[in-house]
Design a protein around this ligand. Structure first.
Ligand code: HEC
Length: 145
């Protein structure tokens, strides 16, 4: 319940911040969060997504969403995954029991640092997935360096 209302709020915030829409491939619903990349530079949301990814997901999913021997490449996953499916996996976690390996995607449903910024994380990964962002730390719009 609580999560649902959080998502509704963040979807509204996300929609208000849009001024350039990225993301056309894959299953995309109208209210999916979007990213902004202009001349190779990202907006605050996308940059925040990069930072949050680094803090909470990188250790399993590898640098820049590229995957590891333990967890799948999220730049690949987002070519097919809707924001709703993405959110469900992160809130509830998932365990692949069909493989010989027993790799676990933890549930982040009570981790505010992740749940509050799900649309930023999705936006960042979607930009990577759409090939709009190179690997590494993105430059920010309005930054001189
Ligand atoms: C402890 C390691 C670990 C961490 C940390 C982790 N994941 Fe995962 N994740 C996995 C594993 C392993 C799978 C594959 C599980 C399966 O197939 O059942 C997975 C699966 C996923 C999937 C589904 C991919 C697909 O193609 O179906 C998504 C989306 C995902 N993770 C997003 C995230 C995000 C976003 C974060 C950071 C907030 C994160 N994960 C943090 C291990 C992790």
């Amino acid at each position: 319940m609580r999560y649902k209302s959080l998502l509704a709020v963040s979807a509204l915030v996300g929609a208000g911040a849009v001024f350039a829409v990225g993301g056309s491939s894959g299953a995309k619903a109208e209210n999916d969060p979007v990213y902004v990349v202009q001349d190779g530079r990202v907006d605050q949301h996308t940059f925040n997504g990069y930072r949050r990814y680094g803090e909470s997901c990188h250790r399993c999913h590898g640098p820049d969403g590229s995957g590891s021997s333990y967890a799948p490449s999220l730049t690949e996953s987002l070519k097919k995954m809707s924001f709703e499916d993405f959110s469900n996996v992160i809130v509830n976690g998932r365990q692949n029991v069909t493989k010989s390996q027993n790799n676990v995607m933890p549930a982040f449903g009570t981790t505010e640092d992740v749940i509050l910024y799900l649309d930023d994380i999705y936006g960042y990964l979607k930009a990577r997935s759409d090939d709009k962002l190179p690997r590494g730390r993105p430059k920010r719009l309005g930054d001189d360096s």
